[in-house]
Structures are given as structure tokens and as C-alpha cells.
Design a protein around this ligand. Structure first.
Ligand code: AMP
Length: 187
């Protein structure tokens, strides 16, 4: 199964993506995680990405697309994957289509985790305190939500129009949301 998991920052995508991917036996591919590990390792990519991440902006499409293309070409992604945090722009949707077309496959399912925005802000503020993420100050959180609304929310409609979208209620306990997701992929 080739799945894209979408939802605003703080919707709990990362947590749910890890368990859903392991349940399905497919790799969890998070562009945010790949960027963060590059930032920690102080690679050239990490140094470039950090500037954007710390400002709540998206890393440029050319950089992100190249990274995803490389990751999806690895053998563990051949039988399926769960993409978390990609695509996030119209250009990334086109690139993902092109990458998969070359590999002779396509996206099977796009899951939108829906949440209440006030709840999202409080989750992000809490996570910033726990993890000390430098991209989680209140101003940056607000900017990230704004960028999501401008650049990523429209993709949901595009995937809906293709008949690929399924929405899942992301509110409630982690276990409840996990059960909803498991039910969706089992159906
Ligand atoms: P995330 O953990 O998915 O919220 O990603 C953290 C940060 O990494 C984002 O706020 C962006 O700066 C950057 N990032 C992650 N995925 C993408 C993407 N698909 N396109 C551009 N920037 C991204």
C-alpha cells in the first residue's frame, strides 16, 4: 500500500504514522524526520533546511523533492510506504506522481487527519516544551499553520477530486485515533 498521511502540524501525524506503518509492515517516511536527522548530523542539507524549519517555512521544493526521490528509490519502499509530511505543495504532488509513475506505481490512499485548530496549537506548545524543538515557538507555530493553510490544505481538495481521500477524526486519545486508522486501512 502506498499511503500519504496529511493534516496540519500538531495533528498527531508523526505518532500515528509510526504505528500505522508498523501495523501494515511498510516503511514510515517522514520528510520532517529526515530533515531533523540531517540537522543533528550537521550535513549540508541539514544546514540549509534548518533556516527554513526554524522560521516555520517550507524547505524549497527542489531540495525536498530530490530527497524524497532518493528515499523512494530504496528497496524497502518498493512494496509500499507511508509518507508523512510529503507532499506539502502543488509542485510536490506533481513530483510524487512523476516519481511513482517512473517506478510503475501510484498513490493508493490519502488519509486526512482532521483536528480542531485550538487543540492543535495547544498540542504544539506542549510538544515544544517537552522536546525543546526550535521550530515550535508560538510565533513559528502560527506561521507553520498559516503556511499549511495556504500551501498544503488545497492539496486535500485535489486528492479528494481524484477519489483518493479518506478523512479520519484526529481528536481524542492516541489509542482511539489509532483504532480509527486501523479500521480504515482494514476496510
Ligand atoms: P514536520 O515534522 O513534518 O512538521 O516537518 C518539520 C519541518 O520540516 C517543516 O515545518 C518544514 O520546514 C520542513 N518540511 C518537512 N516536510 C516538508 C516538505 N514536504 N516540504 C517542505 N518542507 C518540509
Amino acid at each position: 500500500m502506498r499511503i500519504v498521511l496529511m493534516g496540519p502540524p500538531g495533528a498527531g501525524k508523526g505518532t500515528q504514522a509510526v504505528s500505522l506503518a508498523s501495523q501494515l509492515g511498510i516503511p514510515h517516511i517522514s520528510t520532517g524526520d529526515i530533515f531533523r536527522s540531517n540537522v543533528s548530523a550537521e550535513t549540508e542539507l541539514g544546514l540549509l533546511a534548518k533556516k527554513y524549519m526554524d522560521a516555520g517555512e517550507y524547505v524549497p521544493d527542489t531540495v525536498t523533492n530530490e530527497m524524497v526521490k532518493h528515499r523512494l528509490a530504496q528497496s524497502d519502499a518498493a512494496a509500499g510506504f507511508l509518507l508523512d509530511g510529503y507532499p506539502r505543495t502543488v509542485a510536490q504532488v506533481a513530483e510524487l506522481d512523476a516519481i511513482l509513475q517512473k517506478l510503475g506505481s501510484k498513490v493508493d490512499l490519502v488519509i486526512e487527519l482532521t483536528v480542531d485548530i485550538d487543540e492543535v496549537v495547544s498540542r504544539l506548545v506542549q510538544r515544544a516544551a517537552q522536546q525543546g524543538r526550535t521550530d515550535d515557538s508560538e510565533d513559528v507555530i502560527r506561521r507553520r499553520l498559516e503556511v499549511y493553510g495556504e500551501q498544503t490544505a488545497p492539496l486535500i481538495e485535489a486528492y479528494r477530486a481524484r477519489g483518493l481521500l479518506k478523512a479520519v477524526d484526529g481528536m481524542g486519545e492516541i489509542e482511539q485515533v489509532r483504532a480509527r486508522l486501523n479500521q480504515l486501512v482494514a476496510s
